[in-house]
Structures are given as structure tokens and as C-alpha cells.
Design a protein around this ligand. Structure first.
Ligand SMILES: [Zn+2]
Ligand SMILES: [Zn+2]
Length: 196
């Protein structure tokens, strides 16, 4: 008599949620998982632990890499934002900010041998925002410096630090600068999400 495959009517439950009945299993580690715990991947349904483990192998950036990514994005976006402040031509900025942001991310990736971390995209985008704002603030102050350093200003008690910051920040509150920083940060984040 041939042995039939064992068929059990036993109910099975999610490994994470013992109160949820499920027949679905992770195709890597075989544990039972409910619909909420299952993640659809190109190779089938897997549990969250296996997906995370797989990602950890992909995310191999060191702390230094993340600092390099932040610094590279900040410096390049700072230079870019200063140039944008000069151009001020919104159509051109709309057209160029996305590829420029992609280019910034590409340079950051090359500088770090394309190693990535789970938060590389966030860090790169933060670098773009911080660098863009600081670059434009510095540029704005440099532009008005001849006025500020006028001896008559000093005679009237000089300029308070608060006023100085306000003047510097007025340069950032420029639609073309804000558009560039926003779009470039978005592009950097997007580029880091792409797995190549
Ligand atoms: Zn698994
Ligand atoms: Zn579950």
C-alpha cells in the first residue's frame, strides 16, 4: 500500500500573532505568517524577519560612508543653490533640479563605492537641504557685505546677529532656491532608493 502524504486538519497560526489562523508560510524560513506579516517579494511571500535579513545584506554602508554622503550632498547642493540664486529662472530650475539632484546622489554613491545604508536616502536628502540653505545664506551675506561693512553702519551701533540671520535667511525664502532644494532633495532620496 502506497503511503499517502500526510494531510492534517490541524489549524496553524501566525508565528507573530498566535491568535490569527493562517496557512501561509514564509518561503525562506517556513514559519507561518498572517496577511499582515507577509511581505510580497519578487521571489514570493516572505516574513518580515527574512526580508529584513535580506536587506541588511544589501545595506553595507559604514558610518563614514553616511558622513561622506551627507557632506557630499551638502557641499554640492550648496554650490547648486548659490548658482540657482543667480539664475533665478524658474523654468530652467524646474527642468534641471531633478537631473542635478540625481547627479549629486550619483557622485555621493561613487565616493562611497556604492555602499548604502537603510537611511542613506534620508541622509543625502537632509544634506541637500542643510547644504542648500547654508550655501544661500552665506552667499546672501557676502552679497550685502559691502553695505554692512560701511563705516556709517558701525557708527549707528552695527548690525545685531538676529538681523544678520534674518537678512541671510531672506535669500533662502526665494521661490527658485526653495524649488531647487526641494526637487534636488527628492531626487537624491529617489536615487538612493534605486537598487543600482
Ligand atoms: Zn521567513
Ligand atoms: Zn502575523
Amino acid at each position: 500500500m502506497a503511503t499517502n502524504p500526510v494531510v492534517t486538519d490541524e489549524l496553524t497560526y501566525c508565528a507573530v500573532h498566535p491568535d490569527r489562523e493562517t496557512a501561509l508560510r514564509c518561503n525562506k524560513c517556513d514559519r507561518y505568517m498572517c496577511a499582515e506579516c507577509a511581505v510580497q517579494t519578487p521571489v514570493g511571500y516572505r516574513c518580515k524577519q527574512c526580508v529584513r535579513q535580506h536587506e541588511d545584506k544589501f545595506f553595507n554602508a559604514t558610518d563614514t560612508d553616511l558622513i561622506v554622503v551627507f557632506a557630499a550632498c551638502a557641499v554640492l547642493a550648496g554650490v547648486g543653490a548659490v548658482i540657482v540664486q543667480y539664475i533665478g529662472f524658474i523654468f530652467l530650475i524646474l527642468l534641471l533640479s531633478l537631473p542635478v539632484g540625481g547627479g549629486i546622489a550619483e557622485i555621493a554613491l561613487r565616493l562611497t563605492q556604492r555602499r548604502r545604508g537603510r537611511y542613506s536616502g534620508h541622509i543625502g536628502a537632509a544634506g541637500v537641504v542643510v547644504g542648500g540653505i547654508i550655501g544661500v545664506m552665506a552667499q546672501t551675506l557676502i552679497a550685502v557685505w559691502p553695505l554692512l561693512s560701511d563705516p556709517r553702519v558701525a557708527q549707528q551701533g552695527g548690525i545685531a546677529t538676529g538681523d544678520l540671520l534674518q537678512i541671510a535667511f531672506s535669500g533662502v525664502m526665494d521661490i527658485s532656491v526653495l524649488l531647487f532644494i526641494g526637487i534636488a532633495a527628492f531626487a537624491v532620496y529617489g536615487r538612493f532608493r534605486m537598487k543600482l
